[in-house]
Design a protein around this ligand. Structure first.
Ligand SMILES: [Zn+2]
Length: 324
């Protein structure tokens, strides 16, 4: 007689009869889960560097020794803090502090900011393609801006409140174009709107649409859980219009690298039997389940047990490339 435990899944502790394993037809997936598994919910963070390039054509530069440069118009109104929240300087002017007369062409200031985004996204995958959308909230800290011309005379400009937040919404589309082992490469684009919050005077600011182009490098840890890195370049601008002045246009293109993960809801429910040691998709009754032995970031249906491999390299059969 064969010992009973030979036919059970877990050395006899809580035997699951084998005749429940291979019954057809099987159910378990339903229409909603089959569609849902193509939706990938993601979260990410990262680092960015924004390149500020402000065009102040039409303005002149006025600078009191020891103070940041002010800008002024033909009518003589002088503006302070003209990066993010322009104010008016009403003190009596001293003509000897005029460095640049209004209307000089090519009056520009450049500098950079650093960004820390935290975002969430959802996208739908079909064949090689994916479409979706997302939301992010970023910290942006603006450094000092330097004049491109007369840098020895015109002082550097720092926003009075340099650190604030940026809020973005976008839609996205992507296409997978290359696979290398476990890594999938996807070219993708995001297009959306953004707002400069907290340290900007929103009544003075108009923001453009933004778009960015990137490559997502994705690694499957399981059928449903992926990690990714995404370097991308983003194009956008804003205009700041001081009350009584003309718009100052800032190009704030940026380079980012983000890392994150995506998760999809498995099409098969997790096996409900506490003692079940099956390591692949399997049935109980006429319903199919995924293994309960694997964390979501491990392969859910590896074809063989990922925890305990059933075939060992024995004797003369030592072909590790194809042990089966
Ligand atoms: Zn089971």
């Amino acid at each position: 007689m064969w010992p009973n435990s030979l036919f059970s899944q877990d050395e006899g502790k809580s035997a699951i009869p084998l005749d429940h394993f291979y019954v057809k037809p099987r159910h378990g997936t339903n229409a909603i889960r089959r569609v849902l598994k193509n939706f990938h919910f993601g979260a990410y963070t990262g680092l960015g560097k924004t390149f500020f390039n402000g065009s102040l054509s039409g303005y002149g530069v006025y600078q009191t020794p020891g103070s940041p440069p002010e800008i002024f118009t033909n009518s003589g109104t002088r503006f302070t803090n003209w990066i993010n929240n322009a104010g008016t300087d009403t003190s009596a002017p001293n003509n000897s502090y005029i460095l640049v007369a209004p209307g000089s062409s090519n009056l520009r200031f450049k500098g950079s900011a650093f960004n820390i985004p935290i975002g969430g996204s959802v996208h739908y995958e079909f064949d090689r393609y994916r479409i979706g959308g997302g939301y992010s909230y970023e910290l942006m800290s603006i450094g000092t801006l330097q004049s491109v011309t007369m840098g020895d005379k015109i002082g550097s400009m720092k926003a009075s409140s340099a650190t604030g937040f940026v809020r973005k919404y976008w839609g996205m589309a992507g296409v997978a174009f290359y696979r290398w082992n476990d890594f999938l490469f996807i070219g993708d684009v995001q297009v959306g709107s953004y707002k400069l919050k907290t340290n900007y005077n929103t009544a003075q600011v108009t923001t453009s649409t933004f778009f960015n182009l990137g490559v997502t490098i994705e690694r499957n840890l399981s059928e449903y859980f992926k990690v990714f890195a995404r370097p991308y370049y983003e194009i956008k601008n804003y205009s700041l219009t001081p009350s009584g002045g003309q718009p100052i246009r800032y190009n704030i293109n940026a380079l980012y690298v983000t890392v994150g993960f995506t998760y999809a809801i498995p099409e098969l429910p997790r096996c409900f039997l506490n003692g079940c040691h099956a390591q692949i998709n399997h049935a109980h009754g006429n319903k199919e389940y995924r293994s309960r032995r694997h964390a979501i970031f491990k392969k859910q249906n590896p074809g063989y047990g990922e925890n305990y491999q059933p075939i060992k390299y024995k004797g003369k059969n030592k072909n590790k490339l194809n042990p089966y």
